[in-house]
Design a protein around this ligand. Sequence first.
Ligand code: FAD
Ligand code: MG
Length: 314
Amino acid sequence: MTAGVFSYSAVLMGSPILLKLFDDNPTLARQVFQLIKQQENLFTVNRAESEVMSINQAAGHHPVVVSEPVFALISVAHAVSLLPESAFNFTIGPVVKRWKIGFQGRAVPPANEIAALLKLTDPHQVVLNSADCSVFLQQPGMEIDLGAIAKGYIADRVQAFLRQQGVQQALINLGGNVQTLGSPPHEPQGWGIGLKKPFGRDDELLGVLQVQGKSVVTSGIYERYFELDGRCWHHIFDPQTGYPLDNELLSVTVISDRSIDGDIYTTLLYGMGVEQGLAYLADQPDIDAVFVTRDRQIICSSPRHFQFQQRDFA
Ligand code: FAD
Ligand code: MG
């Protein structure tokens, strides 16, 4: 790419993390990775201890006071989960844990178990108290999972931190969540962000999005999945059924200012499908999307905030 790019990588949140800067600044890179690690420690549900895990462990027993940022993110996730017909449900935790997609021991659970777990995924049964930043899950066994929103929030935190440090041009990729500052030097078109070919090799691209200072978030069924009985069982669940969302989509990419919005909208749009998603986006001037369908179509909502150079989809 551009001359003078310095790339730094790490593995955090079970994901490959990539930071691109235009100064050789390993100290800054270390600070960024530390910030991500700190955030992971607050939000993870993949270890026994985190603020979110203390809420889950007290489900059905008592409210838990959390820090303001954790309370704020949970409040956003709660509100999005309560939207009419929302495909986003942050209390999907018991279902996610049972399927274990992307983790060892994944399997298709028996239907009666899924039905029982679904009863533990009602976002109305989460009590938020802003007076003391406490969260109470009313039934034992309920579990919050912020996997569909936390990376977006963290990408925005990294962007704000870099800006605070005087950085004007940078890119952070948290594994599917890209957030950018400015444009690379001498590239007024902006950052070229590859859209991966579903189920293709890492270097196989459907096209390249050009953005400046925007976030690009992709949710797809081809990163975390397993195949059984001719079906692809992936990690984005239909909160109504407890099974992976099954529609015409392979992936949704959202281009927005804030990565948290990108993360929220990829899940919402995934649930809506192409037709309803496009109609919905007509009233959202700040959000753009690229849908990739099983029958090999690439549909852009309207390229207001990005340019897209398409390649073959064979
Ligand atoms: P998105 O499409 O944005 O979200 C999908 C994820 O959201 C699912 O994996 C599930 O967690 C959840 N979800 C599924 N269906 C719904 C729904 N209908 N509504 C709301 N949420 C839903 N991965 C590891 O392998 N090991 C780790 O140790 C690990 N630690 C993590 C720690 C943190 C703090 C975070 C944020 C993620 C971590 N991950 C880890 C990755 C995590 O398990 C998810 O795979 C990842 O967050 C999915 O992000 P995405 O952008 O690919 O998918
Ligand atoms: Mg998401």
